[in-house]
Design a protein around this ligand. Structure first.
Ligand code: GAR
Length: 204
C-alpha cells in the first residue's frame, strides 16, 4: 500500500514534527506515512528549519498578510491541498482554522494538545492546568472539528504534576509523552485506517 501523505502544520519549535520525521526516517517502508510538506503561519521558526533540513518543502501563510481571516483560511487551504494530503497534522500550530479548511480536511485533520481534553482547551493548556492545581495532566491527540479542541479524541497520554513544576518544566515532560503518542497515533492511522463513530475513533 502507498504511504499516506502527511502535511504537518507548525508554529514553533517543531519537536513533534521532528519526532515524526525521525520515526519515518528510521523505517520509511514500515511507518506507513511520508511528510510531503510542512506549513506554518509565521517565518523564522525552528519547525520550518527542521523541515528544510530534512529536504521537505515548506509554505508560510501569515494571517496578517490577508485583509480578512477567511482569505487567510482559503490561502492556507489551497497551499495545503496542493500537496494532496491524506492526513493533515497540526503539531503546535497555534491558529484556529476556518470553515473552508474544515470543509476540505474535516475528518482527516489531527491536532495534538498539551492537556487532557476536554479540560484546559485553548492556547494555554499547560498553564491553565497548573493554575487549577490538577495532579495529573497530559496530552490529547484528536481530530479537529469546528470547536476549539472539541473534536473526537484518538488517544491520550498522562503526566503527573510535581509540586515544584512551573509551566516550562511541566510542558517539557508533557512533550516527551506527546511526541511518542503522536508518532504512534499517526502511524496507526496511516497503516490501519480508521473510522469515526460519533465521538469515538476506532483504529482497527
Ligand atoms: C505542543 O506541546 C503542542 O501540544 C502545543 O504546542 C506544542 C508544540 O511543540 N500545542 C498547543 O498548545 C495547541 N493549542 P513543538 O513545536 O515542539 O512540537
Amino acid at each position: 500500500m502507498a504511504a499516506a501523505r502527511l502535511v504537518v502544520l507548525v508554529s514553533g519549535s517543531g519537536t513533534n514534527l521532528q519526532a515524526l520525521l525521525d520515526a519515518i526516517h528510521e523505517d520509511p517502508e514500515g511507518f506507513g506515512a511520508e511528510i510531503v510538506a510542512v506549513g506554518a503561519d509565521r517565518e523564522g521558526i525552528a519547525g520550518l528549519e527542521r523541515a528544510t533540513r530534512a529536504g521537505i518543502p515548506t509554505f508560510v501563510r501569515k494571517v496578517g498578510d490577508y485583509a480578512a481571516r477567511q482569505e487567510w483560511d482559503q490561502a492556507l487551504t489551497e497551499a495545503t491541498a496542493a500537496y494532496e494530503p491524506d492526513l493533515v497534522v497540526s503539531a503546535g500550530f497555534m491558529k484556529i482554522v476556518g470553515k473552508g479548511f474544515l470543509d476540505l480536511f474535516g475528518g482527516r485533520f489531527v491536532n495534538t494538545h498539551p492537556a487532557l481534553l476536554p479540560s484546559f482547551a485553548g492556547a494555554h493548556g499547560v498553564r491553565d492546568a497548573l493554575a487549577y492545581g490538577v495532579k495529573v495532566t497530559g496530552c490529547t491527540v484528536h481530530f479537529v472539528d469546528d470547536g476549539v479542541d472539541t473534536g473526537p479524541i484518538i488517544a491520550q497520554g498522562v503526566v503527573h504534576v510535581r509540586d515544584e513544576d512551573d509551566e516550562g518544566a511541566l510542558h517539557e515532560r508533557i512533550k516527551e509523552v506527546e511526541r511518542q503518542l503522536l508518532v504512534d497515533v499517526v502511524g496507526r492511522l496511516a497503516r490501519n485506517g480508521y473510522r469515526i463513530e460519533g465521538r469515538k475513533v476506532i483504529i482497527p
